[in-house]
Design a binder for this molecule. Structure first.
Ligand code: NAP
Length: 254
């Protein structure tokens, strides 16, 4: 358990894509901080496994595809029925399907990648911010972007466009919602050791090539992302909004 303290006790925190990878570790740390945690994902069996892993009584699970309006509505209505508020939203869901040449990509694939990464972040932020605007203490939204949104990366073109969109959405929402005491920030990690990026880090040659471009000499572990996310959700980040914190071991500094 972490010895860091973020002052998130009793806060109601929704983590999208909290059933595995970075989202699961964000949920675990939020629970350790005594927040009331809701996770969502598409697959019920993955959500159930996550709930068992986290301790079923500690977490609420809701099956939801975040790019489907009705699912997102159901997610936030369920949270409101149970807790009556939303203090923190972590827009963590992301996916990529390799697109070797964006200019030749089928429109349906473009839509799928933009929908899940960008439109899903919009839909969840819309619901959460409507709720947060009615609350005296406002709220916090933290989006999970990627350094792929800042630099064209092979096979990640559409994903990068979506992540760049998330960073702009972060600025737009931050400026619009500041007057309601709602802060919106993002983190942009480089490669993190999860299922999402396994084809890269599990290949020794590719791994070594990637690590050569990272001054700290390794790829990120999920906890390297968890702490920046919780910092941005905490009072310690009380004067930060509209920003994207790059979490990349120095990769984009060189
Ligand atoms: N891993 C990396 O190298 C890396 C690097 C930079 C940024 N990121 C970003 O970090 C975030 C988390 O990545 P990760 O590596 O932890 O991914 P992951 O291991 O693939 O986990 C993704 C999570 O999102 C859920 N999910 C996927 N599509 C969904 C949808 N349409 N609706 C609801 N839930 C959905 C998954 O559950 P279901 O499949 O059951 O829906 C799962 O819980 C993403 O935004 C990703 O872009 C990752």
């Amino acid at each position: 358990m972490s010895t860091l303290h973020y002052g998130l006790e009793d806060k109601v925190a929704v983590v999208t894509g909290g059933s595995r990878g970075i989202g699961l570790e964000i949920a675990r740390e939020l629970i350790a901080q005594k927040a009331r945690v809701v996770i969502c994902g598409r697959k019920i069996e993955t959500l159930s496994a996550a709930a068992e892993d986290l301790g079923c009584s500690e977490v609420m699970t809701v099956q939801a595809h975040i790019a489907k309006e009705a699912d997102v509505e159901n997610l936030f209505k369920t949270v409101m029925d149970t807790f009556g508020r939303v203090d923190v939203l972590i827009n963590n869901v992301g996916m990529n399907l390799m697109t070797p040449f964006v200019a030749d990509t089928e429109f349906s694939l473009w839509q799928k990648i933009i929908d899940t990464n960008l439109s899903g972040t919009f839909l969840c932020s819309r619901w959460a911010s409507r709720i947060m605007r009615e609350q005296q203490k406002g709220g916090r939204i933290v989006n999970v972007s990627s350094i792929a949104g800042r630099k064209a990366s092979p096979g990640m073109g559409i994903y990068g466009v979506a992540k760049a969109g998330i960073e702009m959405l972060t600025k737009v929402l931050a400026s619009e919602l500041a007057g309601f005491n709602i802060q919106v920030n993002a983190v942009a990690p480089s490669m993190v050791r999860t299922e999402f990026s396994q084809p890269f880090w599990s290949n020794k040659d590719i791994y070594e090539q990637i690590v050569r471009s990272i001054p700290l000499g390794r790829i990120a572990e999920p906890m390297d992302v968890v702490h920046p996310v919780l910092f941005l959700a905490s009072d310690a980040a009380g004067f930060i909004t509209g920003q994207t914190l790059v979490v990349d071991g120095g990769a984009t500094a060189i």
